[in-house]
Design a protein around this ligand. Structure first.
Ligand code: NAP
Ligand code: GLV
Length: 354
């Protein structure tokens, strides 16, 4: 995920299904349980922004507009750790969370929470972790996956080459109804992508942890059905969360069982794929190629073999951005609910890891 400061497409705002505006039922600037500061100043609990990606000013403006009186702090303003009751986190060393004794909420500014789970031991017991679930983000993801898939199926790169050579030549593409697309992960992102592809006429298979029924989607679940799910796929799209079970899932053994000529798309996390095994599978001709929004180490080093591979295209983790404008309402609402003692939205199951 990346965060964008500027709305890339203002026209989208009409179509974005943002959460309804709400009236805060608690005064987030005051908390009667808080002991006044020794210097006599009135103490307030505060929300701390911990992201190396942006300076937080856009979030400050949006969240304080949603929650007047909100005490929003960046690391330079953190002050007394005892005053922090919530943290907004992305790409930040989270070990320091252990130093906030009154923390109640850790909100990931991304859909994925692997960055929080790895720092789990630093998170005090009883803290709730939430993540972003945003239709505007899901739409971006489906759009990116479609782009990667259609580029492959419709021979975009080959036509660009022909164009450069001024050759007016036809290449036949398969009919959508003859293409089987497998989507690993049928959650917010994968479920939406599966619906859209099915509506476009592709044969869609999906794989999840627990059983699912989705119209127009052949659903598989559990590790023991992973090979059956993969077997018929002409294109596989990975939209899984990164957990111990899904790390290194796409390895030499799996590639060897995939349909010859299958194309691999990864928009989830780089660690789902054993990169050297993917390269070997492409070089052997088993796998046709890959489009990878994510890699094991980001940014990729200058000598990473992906840069030089003719059948691999990488993107710098841009498939779906967190858009502060569409996500601020859910962050604000969760902070309000946390202060009011109400159940939170988009809570992460720390045991499951997503
Ligand atoms: P989600 O709603 O939590 O869905 C996760 C899906 O994966 C669920 O269907 C889940 O199965 C399935 N799953 C989890 N563990 C599994 C296992 N061991 N075996 C089989 N299926 C398993 O997540 P999401 O919001 O769709 O996001 C998916 C991931 O996309 C995120 O975790 C993040 O890593 C990535 N992401 C990337 C970008 C980007 O820009 N590249 C942007 C946003 C998100 P159940 O339904 O049975 O639980
Ligand atoms: C991006 O990768 C996210 O998890 O939101």
């Amino acid at each position: 995920m990346a965060h964008i400061q500027v709305d890339p497409n203002p026209a989208m705002s009409e179509t974005v299904d943002a959460p309804a505006p709400f009236r805060p039922a608690v005064d987030v600037a005051r908390d009667p349980t808080i002991v006044p500061r020794p210097d006599g100043r009135e103490a307030t609990m505060a929300l701390l922004y911990l992201s190396r990606q942006t300076d937080g000013e856009e979030w400050r403006a949006l969240l304080t507009a949603e929650l007047p009186g909100l005490d929003f702090r960046t690391p330079g303003e953190a002050g007394d750790p005892a005053e922090i009751d919530a943290a907004l986190v992305w790409l930040h060393p989270l070990e320091e969370l252990a130093g906030y004794p009154n923390l109640k909420l850790v909100a990931s500014l991304g859909a994925g929470v692997d960055h929080v789970i790895v720092a789990r031991r630093a998170i005090p017991d009883g803290v709730t972790v939430t993540r972003i679930v945003d239709p505007a983000m899901t739409e971006q993801m489906t759009e990116w996956c479609l782009m990667a898939m259609l580029n492959h199926l419709r021979g975009w790169d080959a036509y660009r080459e022909l164009h450069r050579e001024r050759r007016y030549e036809e290449r036949r593409a398969p009919l959508p109804r003859d293409v089987t697309v497998g989507i690993a992960g049928l959650g917010e992102m994968g479920g939406h992508c599966a619906r859209v592809l099915s509506a476009m006429g592709y044969r869609v298979c999906g794989w999840s942890r627990g059983p699912k029924r989705r119209e127009g989607v052949a659903c598989f679940h559990g590790m023991d059905r992973f090979a059956d799910f993969l077997a018929p796929c002409d294109v596989v799209i990975c939209l899984l969360p990164l957990t111990p079970e899904t790390e290194d899932l796409f390895n030499a053994e799996r590639f060897a069982r995939m349909k010859p000529g299958c194309f691999v798309i990864n928009a989830a996390r780089g660690r789902h794929i054993v990169e050297e095994d993917l390269i070997a599978a492409i070089d052997s001709g088993r796998i046709a190629g890959a489009t990878l929004d994510v890699q094991r180490a980001e940014p990729m080093s200058g000598d990473h073999p992906f840069w030089y591979h003719p059948r691999i295209v990488t993107f710098p983790h841009v498939a779906a951005f967190t858009v502060p404008r569409t996500c601020a309402p859910q962050i604000a609402e969760n902070y309000r609910r946390m202060r009011a003692g109400e159940p939170l939205m988009n809570v992460v199951d720390l045991e499951r890891g997503y």
